[in-house]
Ligand binder design. Structure first.
Ligand code: PMP
Length: 357
């Protein structure tokens, strides 16, 4: 039995043990072909079953009807920062962006290359420790862009703003982690490497009715139309990440679907937030109402104590809890695959650490 830590990495992040084990077992010989899944054609019936299975499971787990297209695109989440405006708007349009941290800032920078960007709200005044609310949006803007879960700061939308246009959402760090009403979203995207599978692919979900506004004169590989027309099989898709994603989706279904996963995620996050709230030595970064159930961020009283905390945690196999380099402190990422035992162990450790220090 190989060593397995409790992995609190923000991404690439821990995947369900059963998924990794199954992939290991069938790596050399997939489905009695006598070849690995990474050695066969992406147009083989075995791989087609995987990609089509994954597309339909994503729709069903997210409760999306037949009027959505699910794409698996290389170039990952950061590519969507420019692909969205490149495909949907031009210099004559304007768009609304809500700035909730590093990842929206990057999206805003890219969008400005293509269109007029209104930054309609920002939580930069408090170093992004909250989600702006009661925002007034521009009635003539084409879409409203937000980031559902802010991986670095540990904030998460609990409710999305109401819009007259459509929402574009970066769900990289909380896709499939809680039940959501996604009906106002025209575009949903997420890099795989947190809640879905290995790095190297992003899922992009596009609602059918917004396609009427697609720009056509753009390079084929950067055009959503290309990938929609070919159902994500225009070129060789990243077969291995998609294969693992399909297994992760099976695992979510077996765990009881998104609702059951959400219940578990709330319980897991509370184990850690309770320690933050009940010990003076810890201070949570995010405002309480906007706390993320995926990335839990907090500080200790001094940087020295934080280093000691990280060092001692690692000795107990609590791995990768150092905060992002831009904010410091501690960050425990507890995506879907983190077992409750990992959160319980971190919670017990936090309690002991607070008493001893
Ligand atoms: N959006 C969010 C919310 C993220 O957390 C990240 C990566 N941590 C990205 C976008 C960028 O993802 P990628 O590295 O896949 O481009």
């Amino acid at each position: 039995m190989s060593k397995r830590v409790f992995n609190f990495s923000a991404g690439p992040a821990g995947l369900p043990y059963d998924v990794l084990k199954e992939a290991q077992e069938e790596f050399l010989d997939y489905n009695n072909i006598g070849a690995s899944i990474v050695e066969i054609s992406h147009r083989s019936k075995d791989f087609m079953a995987i990609i089509e299975g994954a597309q339909s499971k994503i729709k069903s787990l997210l409760n999306l009807g037949e009027n959505y297209h699910v794409l698996f695109l290389q170039g990952v989440a950061s590519s969507q920062f420019y692909m969205v405006p490149m495909n949907f708007v031009g210099k004559d349009n304007s768009v609304d962006y809500i700035d909730t941290g590093a990842w929206t800032k990057k999206a805003i920078k890219e969008a400005k290359l293509f269109t007029n960007v209104n930054v309609v709200a920002s939580s930069s005044d408090k170093n992004y420790n909250y989600i702006p609310k009661n925002i007034s949006l521009n009635s003539n803007s084409k879409y409203t862009y937000l980031c559902s879960n802010n991986t670095i700061f540990g904030t998460q939308y609990k409710e999305f703003p109401k819009v007259d246009n459509y929402l574009v959402g970066d769900f990289s760090s909380d896709v499939l982690s809680m039940k959501r009403d996604l009906s106002d979203f025209g575009i949903i995207f997420a890099g795989a490497q947190k809640n879905l599978g290995p790095a190297g692919v992003a899922i992009v979900i596009i609602r059918n009715d917004i396609l009427k506004d697609l720009n056509e004169n753009i390079p084929s590989m950067l055009s959503y139309k290309t990938h929609i027309d070919k159902s994500s099989m225009f070129n060789t898709p990243p077969v291995f990440p998609i294969y693992i994603i399909n297994k992760v989706l099976d695992w979510i279904e077996k765990s009881g679907g998104v609702e059951a996963v959400e219940k578990n995620n709330i319980q897991k996050a509370n184990l850690i937030y309770n320690q933050i709230d009940n010990n003076d030595i810890y201070t949570g970064v995010a405002e309480k109402d906007d706390r993320s159930n995926m990335n839990i961020t907090f500080n200790l009283t001094t940087p020295e104590l934080e280093s000691k905390f990280i060092e001692e945690a690692l000795k107990e196999d609590l791995y990768a809890i150092k905060g992002h380099r831009s904010v410091g402190g501690i960050r425990a990422s507890v995506y879907n695959a983190m077992p409750i035992e990992g959160c319980q162990k971190l919670s017990d450790f936090m309690s002991r650490f607070a008493k001893n220090n």
